[in-house]
Design a protein around this ligand. Structure first.
Ligand code: FAD
Ligand code: NAP
Length: 600
């Protein structure tokens, strides 16, 4: 029998298998000569339970069945056992389920055969949203959250990356830096700040961390109020439908569930060069660093690197950013470069086209002194530099390698550890779902994880059909001059539609509040990309200026409604604001016209 290659053939086979599973209390996919299959059959005979068996070696398309079972359950071996529509696994899992009494419960049709309706692994943005929503819908839910300490020993409370070592402390420290700029501006507005204004790292760190502690507490209370069982332990699958959890003290406990949601997020990647784990920090350490980092080298050039480098410089520290290739890969490159130029003009040094090769300690301390050696990506040139702190921000790895996914049969992309899912966040194993940063090819943003988690719970337990929309997701990079974007970059739009089919409108602008302090004249920038083939619909929105998140959020709603250039032109601006620029964009890039803004 040739392999089933077309989608119709595959879907037919999938339906046939699903029908067998649904219509038989015990369904065995077996091979007539397999001793493990015999064991399982003997078990059911001994229990006086009728079973339906398909001997894959005796039917013509047995190989196709086996391939499809692999796709449906992550298990290729036989026997492949289902009881009351639940996948039990192979011989070992079935015999173990019998020893535990779990098999008998399932056979008796006990709807409470599993400990929980849903277990969510990971109590971050996605996991908390999903577990709370599922509990609101009346389900018995457990959420597990455990933070593995960083190589420096840093750890934190419930809530995941965003709250503890991501969006929240980052935005508060960015705000600290903006206040520093505002203090400079204030003098020009007449504020007589006679004493020299200094920044105190410890005060900021404590204030930010106190706020985070209050959020950690709030999450615990919310879980308790919603009757979600929260366990502070590391979870891993040990067999289908079953996990083992290990607490901080090493206590092991086992739980089963009908369905699982994986929401384990990501952790910072290290470079794998001498000295990186010993002497460097990552964003996981920075926000609770007990001392001011001093002269800092940031390695990397994406969100985390530019945001952290930006606010550290805003606190008055000497900051260098080592860039391997380009700034903000994946973002509109014109915007990324403008954000970078602004940082450079404000004293941040960029070492472009270099990668570090070793980090040595020159002097221990808080902070100490480190020597960094780096080599050029374009030649043999090597450089050295001395810094107090080296912050590695070269991307993040999905936390999927230590959670026993192979035991549950969940497929992971071996190249990046990410989990592929269908448009309902379902993995290849039908009862296991995944959300948030660990998803392959999706946005790594808090609101995306929250939305996906909430909608998933509503589909699983609330009869909803609404799926998470991953298109036109707005985002903001909180660089000193903030960059907000929604939709396509100009580069990507050109690839997709061709330059001739696009009209790009752009303008520099000078926020009114920058005029009196006489700073950053014509450094802010607005750009929209319109699709000429579709009524000049706005397919890319880009804003570099103050309050980029607030501005971009509003326009992203308009983009979700399919806003066109004509509709933007028909919108009356709010004066005097930065956002109003999008209602008056006139100069097209193709015209080559002057984009400097002269006045209001
Ligand atoms: P996480 O929030 O990472 O939660 C996963 C949780 O699972 C963690 O607590 C982890 O410890 C736990 N866990 C992992 N494995 C196990 C296990 N086996 N057992 C039990 N628990 C486990 N996004 C924005 O939208 N805006 C921003 O401004 C922004 N700024 C950021 C700044 C920084 C420095 C970083 C690093 C990220 C930022 N992000 C931002 C991204 C955002 O934080 C993530 O997209 C979001 O937290 C992802 O949510 P999640 O639920 O997928 O995972
Ligand atoms: P990232 O987007 O994966 O970028 C990694 C950066 O590190 C790139 O600049 C990359 O350079 C560089 N790099 C990788 N390996 C390197 C090496 N060996 N040596 C030197 N440089 C190296 O990672 P991220 O900044 O950590 O962000 C992770 C995710 O968190 C983002 O995708 C984002 O969704 C989320 N996040 C969001 C916000 C926000 O919403 N404001 C803020 C922070 C993070 P190349 O370009 O050369 O590969």
């Amino acid at each position: 029998m040739p392999p089933v290659e077309n989608d119709t053939g595959k879907n037919d086979l999938k339906s046939r298998i699903a029908e067998l599973i649904d219509s038989n209390q015990v369904m065995l996919f077996s091979k007539s000569y397999c001793p493990f299959c015999v064991k399982v059959k003997d078990l059911f005979k001994g229990l006086n339970v009728e079973y339906k068996v398909v001997e894959l070696d005796l039917i013509e398309d047995g190989t196709n069945y086996q391939e499809m079972l692999l796709e449906m359950t992550g298990q290729k071996t036989v026997p492949n056992v289902f009881v009351n529509k639940k996948h039990i696994g192979g011989a070992d899992s079935t015999l173990k389920a019998y020893e535990d009494g779990f098999l008998q419960k399932l056979l008796s049709g006990d709807s409470q055969a599993y400990d929980y309706d849903l277990i969510v692994i990971g109590g971050g943005s996605g996991g908390l949203a999903c577990s709370k929503e599922a509990a609101t819908l009346g389900k018995k839910v457990m959420v597990l959250d455990y933070v593995v300490p960083t190589p420096k020993g840093t750890t934190w409370g419930l809530g995941g990356t965003c709250v503890n070592v991501g969006c929240i402390p980052k935005k508060l420290m960015h705000q600290t830096a903006l206040l520093g700029t505002a203090l400079q501006d204030a003098r020009m507005y007449g504020w007589e700040l006679d004493q020299q204004v200094k920044h105190n790292w410890e005060t900021m760190k404590s204030a930010v961390n106190d706020y985070i502690s209050s959020l950690n507490w709030g999450y615990r209370v919310a879980l308790r109020d919603k009757k979600v069982q929260y366990v502070n332990a590391f979870a891993e699958f040990i067999e289908p439908h079953k996990i083992k959890t290990v607490s901080k003290r090493g206590k092991e406990t086992f739980y089963t569930a009908d369905k699982f949601v994986l929401a384990t997020g990501e952790r910072p990647r290290y470079l794998g060069i001498p000295g990186d784990k010993e002497y460097c920090i990552t964003s996981d350490d920075l926000f609770s660093l007990p001392y001011c980092p001093g002269k800092t080298l940031v390695i990397g050039a994406s969100y985390v690197a530019l945001e952290c480098g930006g606010f550290l410089a805003g606190l008055g520290l000497e900051v260098t950013i080592m860039v391997r290739s380009i700034l903000l890969r994946g973002f509109d490159q014109e915007m990324a470069n403008r954000a970078g130029e602004h940082m450079e003009e404000h004293g941040i040094k960029f070492l472009r086209k270099y990668v570090p090769t070793s980090i040595e300690e020159l002097e221990a301390g808080s902070p100490g002194r480190l020597k960094v050696t780096a080599k050029s990506t374009e030649g043999d040139d090597t450089i050295e530099g001395e810094y107090n702190t080296v912050l590695i921000a070269v991307g993040r790895d999905a936390c999927t390698d230590k959670i026993g996914l192979h035991k549950a049969g969940v497929k992971v992309n071996p190249k990046n550890g990410k989990i592929p899912v269908n448009d309902e966040e379902q993995t290849n194993v039908p009862y296991i779902y995944a959300i948030g940063d660990i998803l392959e090819g999706k946005w790594e943003l808090t609101p995306v994880a929250i939305q996906a988690g909430k909608l998933l719970a509503r589909r699983l337990f609330g009869g909803s059909k609404v799926k998470c929309d991953y298109i036109n997701v707005p985002t903001t990079v909180f660089t000193p001059l903030e960059y907000g974007a929604c939709g396509l970059s100009e580069d990507r739009a050109m690839e997709m539609y061709g330059e001739q089919n696009l009209e790009v409108y752009h303008s520099l602008f000078w926020p009114l509040e920058f005029t009196v302090p006489k700073r950053d004249n014509n450094k802010c920038f607005a750009k929209i990309i319109c699709n000429k083939l579709d009524s000049d619909r706005v397919i890319g929105f880009h804003y570099l200026g103050p309050n980029a998140g607030e501005v971009t959020q509003g326009f992203s709603a308009a983009m979700k409604c399919g806003v066109t250039k004509e509709q933007l032109d028909g919108t009356i601006g709010i004066h005097p604001t930065c956002a109003e620029i999008f209602t008056t964009l006139e100069v097209t890039k193709s015209s080559g016209g002057d984009i400097a803004q002269a006045g209001c």
